[in-house]
Design a protein around this ligand. Structure first.
Ligand SMILES: C[S@@+](CC[C@H](N)C(=O)[O-])C[C@H]1O[C@@H](n2cnc3c(N)ncnc32)[C@H](O)[C@@H]1O
Length: 278
């Protein structure tokens, strides 16, 4: 499921990634000097970023901007990491290593010119991110963060305005880690320069013939994540939630699934991309 979700998400990420921010990252890396470009990716999933680097012209047979490039990736899910290892093996990197496990437990001391964090930064607290970047980046190293969830989800049509609000509020509250703007603020406070930023929202429109397969997979998975997260909040007693019970929540999620299948749902998640440099 995890791998299928990541591969479906890929098509929607492709149309959502902010290309102005991407171009700023590519320019900075091209100008960074040195014979070798050392790239790290955290929470790399199946390695879709390797394909993007190639497909969007940043990675070629000669490496990055004509310089040899190396790639170290961290991925804690072993099934996902296996797909990632296949992608790295077929890549243009002069050296590529997949570290299977939790990045937080890594004890190495390598430094990188570019750290990529795609659709993963919001799983870390802002304090953790700043400390990790201090550890991983060279003096002029660059963090490229994309698809960083910023704590806003929109769904229409309304089912019941009050319940709609409560479900989304509890869903967002369940994500204790850093939303995008909090990551930005914390890096700024820690002395990083925010070189480029822009939005990268996922927007899934209503469709007369039903959702595209990748939209069905993405939004369907998010609805189930929402069911789990909000149930957890309700069971942990996060209520003053009046009418919102687990039973009501289940009916609400089921109805959203029906709207999705019928192509009658507008879904958007607000996300940001940014480039930060020390
Ligand atoms: C939402 S997925 C995004 C994956 C990939 N970047 C993509 O968008 O296709 C987040 C990934 O980060 C991995 N992950 C989360 N925390 C991690 C950690 N502390 N160390 C290594 N991997 C981590 C998860 O296993 C998951 O595959």
């Amino acid at each position: 499921m995890h791998t299928a979700y990541l591969e479906a998400k890929r098509a929607i990420d492709d149309r959502s990634i902010n290309r102005t921010v991407w171009d700023a990252m590519v320019r900075l890396v091209a100008d960074s000097g040195g014979d070798v470009v050392r790239i790290a990716e955290i929470g790399a999933g199946t390695g879709t970023m390797i394909d993007r680097l190639r497909d969007w012209g940043a990675l070629g047979p000669d490496g990055v901007a004509g310089r040899t490039a190396t790639y170290d990736a961290w991925e804690m899910n072993p099934d996902t990491a296996a797909v990632l290892a296949e992608r790295t093996a077929a890549s243009e990197f002069a050296r590529a290593e997949v570290h299977v496990g939790d990045l937080r437990e890594w004890t190495g001391d390598a430094h990188f010119d570019l750290v990529i964090a795609h659709a993963v930064l919001d799983l870390f607290s802002p304090q953790e991110v700043a400390a990790l970047m201090d550890r991983l980046l060279t003096d002029r190293g660059v963090l490229y963060a994309s698809i960083v969830f910023d704590g806003v989800t929109l769904m229409e049509p309304a089912i019941d305005a009050e319940i709609d609000d409560k479900v989304l509020r509890l869903y967002h509250r369940s994500m204790r880690q850093g939303f995008g703007r909090r990551q930005l603020w914390h890096l700024w406070d820690a002395g990083f320069e925010i070189v480029a930023t822009g939005s990268s929202d996922w927007v899934i429109p209503p469709r007369r013939n039903g959702p595209r397969p990748e939209e069905r997979e993405l939004v369907g998975t998010i609805l189930e994540m929402m069911r789990g997260a909000v149930t957890g909040q309700l069971e942990a007693g996060a209520s003053s939630n009046g009418d919102l019970t687990v039973e009501r929540l289940n009916r609400w999620i089921d109805q959203r699934h029906r709207q999705l299948q019928a192509g009658d749902l507008f879904f958007a998640a607000h996300q940001i991309d940014f480039v930060a440099r020390r």
